[in-house]
Design a protein around this ligand. Sequence first.
Ligand SMILES: Nc1ncnc2c1ncn2[C@@H]1O[C@H](COP(=O)(O)OP(=O)(O)OP(=O)(O)O)[C@@H](O)[C@H]1O
Ligand SMILES: [Mg+2]
Length: 147
Amino acid sequence: MNNQNDIIISKSERQTVATGKKFAETILPGEVIGLKGNLGSGKTQFVKGVGEYFSVQDVINSPTFLIVNQYRGIDPKSDKEITINHFDLYRLRFKEELETIGFSDYINDKSVCIIEWCELAEEYLSDVFREVIFEFGKTESERIITF
Ligand SMILES: Nc1ncnc2c1ncn2[C@@H]1O[C@H](COP(=O)(O)OP(=O)(O)OP(=O)(O)O)[C@@H](O)[C@H]1O
Ligand SMILES: [Mg+2]
């Protein structure tokens, strides 16, 4: 088992986007990535970088009214279409809502799922998934990102 975590100290919003783009090289279709960290810690910026890697043309923002936004992209490894399912569970009122929206259907080999505030529904995210943790650094523009 690999217990060694990679830690990036990001000094800017742009660096966090670039970190997401680099991380995306390791994402396989069907994977579920959980993002943890406080409000404003950089999760959505990271997802923007993931979107850049998959050539997503739409602007990625936090899902505001919906729990999930879907973006169409291209997996550069296969040149095939891939759907980026971007969840934000912050406004989830009941964990059961994930079942209501058919969460498990979002996990398939033509999609990747990236979930902000994944800790709010951990027991529903039973599939093995990777986590990325975001923390505030010493300065206003510093974020510590742990894989
Ligand atoms: N190094 C940095 N990395 C990322 N964002 C930074 C950094 N420095 C400053 N920021 C600012 O912090 C904010 C991060 O916002 P972002 O929406 O990515 O956070 P979030 O973790 O998704 O929050 P929420 O839980 O509200 O969705 C942005 O306003 C961004 O400009
Ligand atoms: Mg966000």
